[in-house]
Design a protein around this ligand. Structure first.
Ligand SMILES: C[S@@+](CC[C@H](N)C(=O)[O-])C[C@H]1O[C@@H](n2cnc3c(N)ncnc32)[C@H](O)[C@@H]1O
Length: 249
């Protein structure tokens, strides 16, 4: 089988979940790490920056400005660095990701005394129970092989009252927006992604993984089932992304 076909088949299998997803995701993010930031900002027309800022605001870190916060699936540490730079933030941020090249690509973004990158799997965090004042994940939880296990792991490390914020892509409900979105996500994005990153399957995997991810109501239900309280969500940019929040009781 030609490499490109093999990669596409792998992407489809990985996006549908299953045994190989963990290895696949770890490999593709390790491979695209040097170009990840550039592509992120180009492909999202830079809207991703404002989405991350809104997700950080939803974390309500001002309730505990000196606490330790988890940036889960931190990638190149954009969220961790942005939180560390917020005026009045006096705590620490642990940026956990299992693709070390992503963490390395983001090194130097946040003050080293505040941001600590940690190579770790979201399903087995090297953090004690109830140690995090809050946790946030941006465009990461969709990639984790076992969503429910990841929700339980976040709940374990959160202190009582700690908030968990999920920023993730969603499929727009409006038929017009959905048509435009599908054209962009399935036709434009994989081509631009392939040219700039040299990695075709990674940017075919993205739209498929979004299509396979639970819709907003279902994600909220999974958060509640995992044990989160006060679960709410709101959509961003015509329903292209959503921010969910939940609190550890
Ligand atoms: C789309 S990137 C998002 C990175 C960053 N949060 C951002 O906002 O740009 C997804 C990240 O999730 C990480 N990831 C996926 N599954 C993971 C897991 N089980 N444990 C740790 N990191 C994981 C990948 O390595 C990748 O860096």
């Amino acid at each position: 089988m030609p490499v490109s076909e093999l990669e596409s088949a792998e992407a489809r299998a990985a996006a549908a979940g299953g045994e190989t997803k963990r290895e696949y995701v770890q490999r593709i993010f390790s491979e695209i790490a040097p170009r990840y930031d550039l592509l992120n900002h180009v492909l999202s027309l830079n809207i991703d920056r404002s989405w991350r800022r809104r997700a950080i605001a939803a974390l309500e870190w001002r309730r505990a400005p000196g606490g330790t916060y988890l940036d889960l699936c931190a990638g190149t540490l954009d969220v961790a660095a942005e939180l560390a730079r917020r005026p009045g933030f006096a705590g620490r941020v642990i940026g956990a990701d299992f693709a070390e090249p992503m963490l390395r690509a983001g090194s130097g973004k946040g003050p080293p005394s505040v941001v600590t990158p940690v190579a770790a799997d979201a399903l087995d965090l090297p953090l004690g129970d109830s140690t995090m004042a809050g946790a946030i994940v941006a465009f990461g939880i969709r990639n984790v092989a076992n969503l429910d296990a990841a929700l339980h792991e976040v709940l374990r490390v959160l202190a009582p009252g700690g908030r968990f914020v999920i920023l993730e892509f969603t499929t727009p409900r409006s038929a017009v927006v959905r048509a435009l979105y599908h054209f962009y996500f399935h036709r434009v994005l994989p081509r631009v992604g392939a040219v700039v990153s040299g990695h075709r399957s990674a940017y075919e995997y993205l739209p498929r993984s979004v299509a396979n991810f639970p819709i907003e109501e279902d994600l909220a239900a999974r958060m509640r089932a995992a044990g989160f309280g006060s679960v709410v969500w709101r959509t961003l940019s015509l329903g292209v992304a959503a921010i969910h929040t939940g609190v550890r009781p």
